[in-house]
Structure formats: C-alpha cells, structure tokens
Design a protein around this ligand. Structure first.
Ligand code: PMP
Length: 445
C-alpha cells in the first residue's frame, strides 16, 4: 500500500497541531492514514487506499458513511437556511421528544456539544441536586476529557491521571472495580452520605467491552436509593446502539436517574445530551439554579441529522441488520480463536465487537459461548471473560499495536489502534464484508 500522501500530510500536521492530530487516539504509529472520504462501510485514504471501516468515527456512525436521502436532505436544508441562530428551533424540540419517547428513564433532555460536555454537566447537576461533592466511577471507565473523572487509583486513594488537574478534583472522585459488588458496598458504607452520584457506562465500552454480571446494576441502583445518591448511566457509546432505541438501560431494565448521550444522537455531527427525570433535569438553568449553557447547544444541523438518523433507524430494521452482522462477526471470530488463539477473548454485544488479547483464559475450552462475552453463567468461558479493568489490563497491548493492527490495516481493515476501544458494525456493512473481515482476522491472528 502506498501512503505517500498520508505521510506528507502528517509531516505538515506535526508542525501545526500537537502530535499532528486533534484527538489523541488518532495518532497511530508511525503515522495515521489521512481520510479522503467515506463510502458506505468503507473509508478511502488520501492515497486512494480503501479500508473496511469498523472504527465508524468511534461510534457515531450507526448508518455508515453515506447519509440516507432523508438525513442528507434535512442536513442540507438546515445548513442552507443559515446554520444556527442563538434562538430555539422546532427541530430540537422534536429530537428531545423522540429521545424522551424511546428511552425509558428520560422525561427531559438538555442538548450539548460533546459526550464530555454531557458528563461534565451531569456531574455538576448531580452535585447541585444532592448538595454533595463526591462521585463514584469505575476503574477503566471513560467519561471524556473532564477534570472530575480523569482519575487513577482505588477507592478514596485517587489522583488525577493527567497533569494540569488539581489534586482536589480527585479527592472528590472515588473509584471501584466494575462488577465488584463488595467494593460498591464498601465505598457506600464509608462515604454514602457524601456521594452525589455513581457514574458508570452500562457496559464498559472504552476498556475492552466489559459486560455487567447479573445483578450488578441492580446493586448500584439499590445502593444509590438507600443513600440518596443518583445513578448516572453514561450511554455516550451504548445510547441508540445497544438495545436499539431503548438504549442499554432498556436492554438491562435499569432505571437510572440521569443518562448522558453523545455520538449517535447527533447523526455524525458534534453532540452530547443529558436526559433524565424532569425533577432533576429542571435544576438546570434557566428552570433551576445549576448553571448550564452553550452557544452551539441544540445546533439545528446536528439536531436534524440526529432526528432523521434515529427516524431512519426506527423505520428500516437497522438494529436487526447491524446486530445480526455483529453476531455473525463475533461467532466467526470465536471459531478463529478456538483454532488459533484460544486464550484470547471475543467481547461485545449488538453491533459492538472486539477481540481482546487476554491471557486470563486457559488454552482450551470444551465449548464456546454464543455471541461474545455476555457474562452468562452457563457459558463455558464465563470464568475467564474479563469482568473489570484489572482483567483487561493484562491483555497483550504490544502485540495488538505493533503486529496485529498494522497487519489488519495492510489487509484493508480499519480497526481502532488502541485494543481497548470498541469497534462497530454499521448499517452499510454486508454479510460479505463480515466474511472479508473474518478472512483478514484469520490471517493476522
Ligand atoms: N463517555 C463515554 C462513555 C465515551 O465513550 C466518550 C468518548 N468516547 C465520552 C464520554 C466523551 O465523548 P466526546 O469524545 O464526544 O467528548
């Protein structure tokens, strides 16, 4: 593959942008390919190379790169009528109504411009509503580039995970291992009266894809209820992907107090949202006192793209298609691993998938689970499926990054360079694309 143009662009980029990119994950070594355009389930780079794309913009592109006619015309009409106004528009009401109608726990919505902004605002709202400062997050969970959640450490011994964040932020953030009920009880026993919220992804999507074990979310829900804390689901990745229009909370039948959204709800344009019970959401200004505001919030082009994308998904069996392909891929990957690398693990659900280069598992199994690790106790792999960040941490990062990822790219398959981030199947993918991907995996593994 020729990468002359990408190399030259990266050379220029390094002079004017830190690390040559605008989001750290894109700085793939030795240099990223620069994308010229998307094409359905594929992307084409600056040198004309074509890749089967499972990164899908890191999640927003449920439908793939080609906007269906109804999305495209809504976006173009909005853009041509002046992109934004600083006054409300009908389309934001319609999208808020759509979200409230489909997501079980959501009665009201505030739109913002990124997943990060959504989680920043949700944390402020939880603190403002409860009058408490502390939040509990999961080790290995990711909630964007925000001060309160960029922490490392355990329990109440936490520290900022980046320079530039005062220690005082981490003092208010407690961490627990995902799926560890005892740790959750312990943190509440010690700090329960000070905990404003537990903030968790329903499925860890930024650290290997880790499913909740049965009863875990119920335990968090009960602990929050007992102590007057809020349960906040970060559905930036899972929202309008896992569980379809009901999101992961519908799939797991859990009723969070607040939910953060991003990615798909903006149809590929910058977006975030905080949804929840009216009583809590109405604490945001101007209805309440918890300050929240934004020049671009509820941007008409984004709102139109999000609304038409979700309408299209509702009307066209999109979830059946992508979830079916996801299952085909996960089952195929399991067969490959069984033959070639039984200690590795296929994870994911619905349209999310990943092979994690785990070393937790023994080198043979009597049978395989049906579709990636869903933490079903009757699964022969249950014991060995990653349950938390500690399990994922032991995975073979070097092997993934230095050998596997470049090999897949050379075979024309674009995966996330970081082995811990979710990958996605989109509506534009076909059964044939999945077979091509499996062939490439077979070769590379
Ligand atoms: N929360 C979760 C669960 C995420 O996966 C992400 C981004 N991948 C964010 C928040 C932050 O969203 P954004 O990058 O749009 O700020």
């Amino acid at each position: 593959m020729n990468h002359e143009q990408s190399r030259a662009l990266y050379d220029r980029a390094l002079s004017v942008m830190p690390g040559g990119v605008n989001s750290s994950v894109r700085a793939i070594r030795p240099y990223p390919f620069f994308v010229q355009k998307g094409d359905g389930g594929h992307v084409v780079d600056a040198d004309g190379n074509r890749y089967l794309d499972f990164v899908m913009g890191y999640g927003p592109l449920l439908l793939g790169h080609d906007m269906p006619e109804q999305v495209q015309s809504a976006v173009q009409r909005r853009a041509s009528e002046g992109p934004m106004y600083g006054a409300p528009t009908e389309v934001e009401v319609e999208l808020a109504e759509f979200v409230a109608r489909h997501v079980p726990s959501v009665e009201m919505v505030r739109f913002v411009n990124s997943g990060t902004e959504a989680t920043v605002s949700a944390v402020r709202l939880a603190r403002g509503y409860t009058g408490r400062d502390k939040i509990v997050v999961m080790q290995g969970g990711y909630h964007g580039a925000q001060e309160s959640t960029l922490v490392e450490g355990e329990g109440d011994d936490t520290h900022p995970s980046s320079p530039g964040i005062p220690e005082r932020f981490a003092e208010h953030t407690l961490t627990v291992p995902f799926n560890d009920e005892e740790a959750a009880h312990t943190v509440f026993a010690k700090h329960g009266d000070d905990i404003a919220a537990v903030l968790t992804e329903p499925i860890l999507g930024n650290y290997g894809i880790v499913h909740p074990v049965e009863g875990y979310h119920e335990t968090l829900r009960n602990l929050c209820d007992e102590h007057g804390s809020l349960l906040v689901f970060d559905e930036v990745i899972t929202g309008f992907r896992v569980g379809g229009l009901q999101c992961a909370q519908g799939k797991f039948d859990i009723d969070p107090d607040l939910t953060t959204f991003g990615k798909i709800v903006g149809g590929g344009f910058p977006v975030g949202a905080i949804g929840g019970k009216s009583e809590i959401i109405e604490q945001f200004t101007p209805a309440g006192d918890v300050f929240q505001s934004g020049t671009f919030s509820g941007h008409p082009v984004t709102m139109a793209a999000g609304l038409e994308t979700l309408r299209y998904a509702a009307e066209n069996d999109v979830y059946d298609h992508v979830n079916g392909l996801g299952e085909q891929l996960r089952l195929g990957l399991q067969d490959i691993l069984e033959d070639q690398a039984p200690e590795y693990t296929v994870v994911g659900t619905d349209s999310m998938f990943k092979v994690v280069f785990t070393r937790n598992a023994p080198d043979s199994f009597e049978g395989h689970c049906e579709a990636g690790c869903q933490q079903r106790e009757d699964c022969p792999r249950y014991e060995h499926c990653p349950k938390n960040a500690g399990d994922i941490k032991r995975a073979e990062t070097e092997r993934w990054e230095r050998l596997f990822w470049p090999e897949m790219k050379d075979q024309g398959v674009f995966l996330t360079a970081n082995q811990f981030e979710s990958q996605f199947v989109c509506d534009a993918h076909t059964g044939e694309d999945i077979e091509d991907a499996l062939e490439a995996y077979k070769e590379a593994i």
